[in-house]
Design a protein around this ligand. Structure first.
Ligand code: HEC
Length: 331
């Protein structure tokens, strides 16, 4: 296909809609719609939810279509895109004075997909930390978990004997709950190293808002009717990404320490492997068979185009346009 033709397609409404569609599939945002519908508190009303979708769409399109916006902004920008609804909801001052106007807004608190409302919102307080950790493993690192074994009654009871008293006393944060729920020798190969140390991502709550900080520590309310306020979420101080290339199993793997979602985003964005996984995901998407997967021969050329252009997603998108696998070319 001729260069100008690809150029035109990519910048067309249809080309831009594909980038947005990719962003939502990549973020598994379509699944979240049902999470939203189940939402008990209803603090996140439909306007806020829609604005969260648009925030992600604007960010991803910005990084694709603005030559000066680096790939790393996808994971760790110092700005985000807010309309007046979302700015109010997040509590961030913005120049937008109406719901149709998404304005690029500087912020230290947020930036990058791991900090967006859409990524952090969930149906209930407990559902979130594992989902976020799995997203990093599967969609950013292209790692695959072996099937989960089922726990014996004995193990379940052992775990419950630790969790239940803390719950009764109102001392169990959502984050702690999931740490303990997989805390058993027979569960360690996945939970202890691959999943739980990523719970430092849980500095945003299930309503898409940053958790409160008291004296520099991230705090949360305990689960259940007796839930105490102001419990320190110690996972935030102990974030460790073990195993970049492959899933860690022993804790002997090299690791990257991190503090909270934004810091993890910043550090992931520097990783060669994360870039490869991103290009692979984009290629898989364009091929119409979305799954998070490893770099293959088909995507090697596309990855080359991406790196030669200084880690430019648009260069990958164009290379996909030139390759034989694409969706853009249909019709
Ligand atoms: C082979 C890796 C692996 C092992 C071993 C493993 N898990 Fe998991 N566990 C996972 C994955 C992956 C998920 C996320 C499942 C999903 O939602 O896709 C998960 C999710 C969970 C959840 C959350 C489920 C939910 O409904 O949200 C709990 C609780 C849990 N595991 C407990 C355990 C216990 C207890 C053990 C040990 C008996 C164990 N796991 C062993 C991989 C593992």
């Amino acid at each position: 296909m001729r260069e100008e033709h690809i150029e035109r397609l990519i910048h067309s409404e249809r080309g831009q809609a594909q980038v947005k569609h990719f962003a939502f599939i990549w973020l598994q945002a379509y699944g979240l719609l049902s999470a939203y519908q189940l939402h008990q508190d209803k603090n996140v009303n439909e306007d806020v939810y829609d604005a969260m979708m648009e925030e992600v769409s604007h960010l991803v399109k910005h990084v694709f279509y603005t030559p000066s916006a680096p790939f790393s902004d996808l994971l760790s920008a110092d700005y985000t895109f807010l309309n007046s609804t979302l700015a109010d909801y997040y509590g961030i001052p913005s120049n937008s004075d109406n719901p149709n106007d998404f304005v690029q807004t500087d912020t230290d608190e947020r930036g990058g997909i791991l900090t967006t409302g859409l990524f952090t919102i969930g149906d209930k307080a407990t559902a979130i930390p594992i989902g976020k950790a799995l997203f990093v493993r599967r969609n950013l690192l292209c790692q695959t978990f072996p099937p989960e074994p089922s726990a014996s009654e004995e193990i379940k009871q052992q775990i419950a004997s630790v969790i239940d008293p803390l719950y009764e006393q109102g001392l169990l944060t959502p984050t702690k709950y999931y740490e303990l729920a997989g805390d058993h020798l027979s569960c360690d190969s996945c939970h202890r190293y691959a999943i739980s140390p990523l719970f430092a991502l849980d500095d945003f709550d299930y309503q898409g808002l940053p958790r409160k900080r008291v004296a520099g520590k991230v705090v949360a309310k305990g689960l259940g009717p007796n839930g105490k306020e102001g419990l320190i979420v110690d996972a935030i101080d102990n974030g460790r990404l073990y195993g970049i290339e492959t899933l860690p199993t022993t804790g002997q793997e090299p690791f990257i320490p991190f503090y909270g979602s934004k810091d993890l985003g910043r550090k992931l964005a520097e990783q060669e492997h994360v870039k490869q996984c991103f290009v692979q995901n984009l290629t898989n998407f364009a091929a119409g068979s979305y799954h998070a997967g490893r770099i293959t021969e088909a995507s090697a050329d596309i990855y080359k185009a991406f790196t030669e252009a200084g880690d430019d997603p648009m260069a990958a998108y164009k290379a996909i346009g030139h390759s034989s696998i694409i969706r853009l070319r249909q019709k």
